[in-house]
Structures are given as structure tokens and as C-alpha cells.
Design a protein. Structure first.
Ligand code: C2E
Ligand code: MG
Ligand code: MG
Ligand code: MG
Length: 287
């Protein structure tokens, strides 16, 4: 045992942690003004019906273009927002923005598709969430059936609260999907108990579906189960034609992933609508 070395490594650790804490504080300050300064925007990724390759939906994904740091990934700031509560105003901004955009697209005559918005657990726990969502729908004029809320399995931690909240949300008429399905609680109990519409198979299962027999079994199993429970199913993270073909074979209904398109800003998403007329959604937003 080397006391000096241990002391040094502790110092290094402390230094690193200090930096981390400072970094966090800086980011928190920046977050506060980012909303006012209009530094956030939404990117939209298409959801495609596998059988007919129709465009059926868009997922709204939050983006932050920081003046000095450039684009910051949501994975790097959403956890912080959840921790400090900023996700509440930010999440509501996302919801309003996404509903407004979809209503605008509808008014422009684009074919109707569903807009998916991610809800954080902290948003879900707000007692007045359904009223808030109802208000946003009213303000933006979007009909509820075109809004889908993506929640994660973590909401199942409080079954009683989750059940009553989901029922309130269903009453409004919005759709509910379980995001990153298979990575969380994994209790099948709530699948029959909760009023949900869709499972989104996490991309960690889809990644190696062609080479890993276990992943293939999991994906086809979830597809079959969802079908029998009358739930829709979307495979996330589809990156190749081979994966898409496999999923189609498994009668998985919908797919989302780089194979069709990366998440793109609103104006580029409109190219996907245009391509839809020529049945060529894949790749349309990149040109
Ligand atoms: P998510 O809801 O599961 O969204 C899908 C993520 O997978 C997105 O990452 C998307 O860009 C990425 N993705 C899509 N297709 C592919 C693919 O083929 N390959 C690979 N490798 N990745 C793919 P993104 O945009 O970085 O978002 C990460 C996570 O941040 C989201 O995961 C979601 O949990 C969270 N997030 C994003 N926007 C919001 C938001 O407005 N509110 C909340 N609460 N969370 C958000
Ligand atoms: Mg999602
Ligand atoms: Mg998610
Ligand atoms: Mg996901």
C-alpha cells in the first residue's frame, strides 16, 4: 500500500470532481437563459409503416445549439434538467412546439401523421399534467389523436399513480407509448393493466438482430406479444435494409432509425412528406 500514491490519486479524483461540479454549474446557468435566447429547437425523425413504407409519424427530439459549445446532445443535458427541475418548463416548451408544428403541417395540407413527444418521469409526476396537456392542445388547435406521449417503464414504480394518470391522459384522447421497451422494469403485469397503445422496442435489441439469436428472439417475441395484446409496436434504431426486412418478417408494424432518416429540422422533414407522395421516404431528408 502506497500512502503517497493513494493521496495523489485522491487529489486527481478531487480535481476531476471539482471540474465536473463546475462544469455542471456552468451548464445550469446556460440552461436558464437558453430558453429565452431561443437556443433550443426540435429535430423530427420519421416513423415508417414497415408493410407499405408509409410515413406514419414523427418523433420530436430536443436539440440545443449552444453559442460556444455548438450542438449539445440531449443525453448530456436532459439528465441535468431532470435533476434540477428545469425539465418542467423545457418539456412544456417541447410539447407546445411539437403540437404547433404538427398543426401547421396539417394546415399546409400534408397528410396526417402522429407526433410523438418524450415525457420525462418528472413531467409525468405532475398532478396537473393532463390539464397542462389539454391546454397545450387547445392553444395550438391540434386534435388529441395526433399526439402521442412517450413514457418509459420507470413510471411503473408507482402503479397506483401511473394507472390514474394514464387513464386521465387517455380521457383527453392522446396516445401513449412505452419508450425504450425492454430496458426498464420489465414487468409484463402492467401491459394488460395500463391503457397504453404502443411499445417501442429499444434499439439495443434491434442493433444486432441479424447476428445475435437472442436479440432476434427478443424482438420477434415482443412483436408477437404486442400483436396479441392489440398494441402497436415500433422498432427503434433500424439502420439497415436487412434489419428492416427481418422486422417486416416478424410482422413488426413500424420502424424508426437512420436507415430511413436521422432526426432532421422541420424544413427538411417536409421533404419526407413530399417524398411520401412518390413513396420514397428513405433518404429523402438527406438530399
Ligand atoms: P429516445 O426517446 O429513445 O429517442 C431516440 C434516440 O435514438 C434519439 O437520440 C435518436 O436520434 C436516436 N436514434 C434514432 N435512430 C437511430 C439509429 O438508427 N441509430 C442510432 N444509433 N440512434 C438512433 P437523441 O435525439 O440523442 O435523444 C436521446 C434521448 O434523449 C431520447 O431517447 C430521449 O430519451 C431523450 N430526449 C430527447 N428529446 C427529449 C425531450 O424533448 N424530452 C425528454 N424528456 N427527453 C428527450
Ligand atoms: Mg423517444
Ligand atoms: Mg426516451
Ligand atoms: Mg427510445
Amino acid at each position: 500500500y502506497n500512502a503517497k500514491e493513494s493521496r495523489n490519486s485522491w487529489k486527481r479524483y478531487e480535481k476531476k470532481m471539482n471540474l465536473k461540479a463546475k462544469e455542471k454549474l456552468l451548464l445550469e446557468n446556460d440552461l436558464r437563459i437558453a430558453l429565452e435566447l431561443d437556443q433550443f429547437y426540435l429535430a423530427y425523425q420519421p416513423l415508417v409503416d414497415l408493410e407499405h413504407e408509409h410515413l406514419v409519424g414523427a418523433e420530436a427530439l430536443l436539440r440545443w445549439s449552444h453559442p460556444e459549445r455548438g450542438e449539445i446532445s440531449p443525453a448530456d443535458f436532459i439528465p441535468l434538467c431532470e435533476e434540477n427541475g428545469f425539465i418542467l418548463p423545457l418539456g412544456e416548451w417541447v410539447l407546445r412546439q411539437a403540437c404547433m408544428q404538427m398543426k401547421m403541417w396539417q394546415d399546409q395540407g400534408f397528410p396526417p401523421i402522429v407526433m410523438s413527444v418524450n415525457l420525462s418521469i418528472r413531467q409525468f409526476r405532475q398532478h396537473d399534467l393532463s390539464e397542462r396537456i389539454g391546454n397545450v392542445l387547445k392553444e395550438t388547435g391540434l386534435e388529441p389523436q395526433w399526439l402521442e406521449l412517450e413514457i418509459t417503464e420507470s413510471i411503473m414504480a408507482d402503479v397506483a399513480f401511473a394507472t390514474s394518470m394514464l387513464e386521465k391522459l387517455k380521457k383527453i384522447g392522446v396516445r401513449i407509448s412505452i419508450d425504450d421497451f425492454g430496458t426498464g422494469y420489465s414487468s409484463l403485469y402492467y401491459l394488460k393493466r395500463f391503457p397504453i397503445d404502443k411499445l417501442k422496442i429499444d434499439r439495443s435489441f434491434v442493433n444486432d438482430v441479424l447476428t445475435d439469436r437472442n436479440d432476434a428472439a427478443i424482438v420477434s417475441g415482443i412483436s408477437a406479444m404486442a400483436r396479441n395484446l392489440n398494441l402497436k409496436v415500433t422498432a427503434e434504431g433500424v439502420e439497415s435494409a436487412g434489419q428492416a426486412a427481418f422486422l417486416k418478417e416478424q410482422k413488426c408494424q413500424e420502424a424508426q432509425g437512420y436507415y430511413y432518416s436521422r432526426p432532421v429540422p422541420a424544413d427538411r422533414f417536409e421533404a419526407l412528406f413530399e417524398a411520401e407522395r412518390n413513396k420514397a421516404v428513405r433518404g429523402a431528408a438527406s438530399s
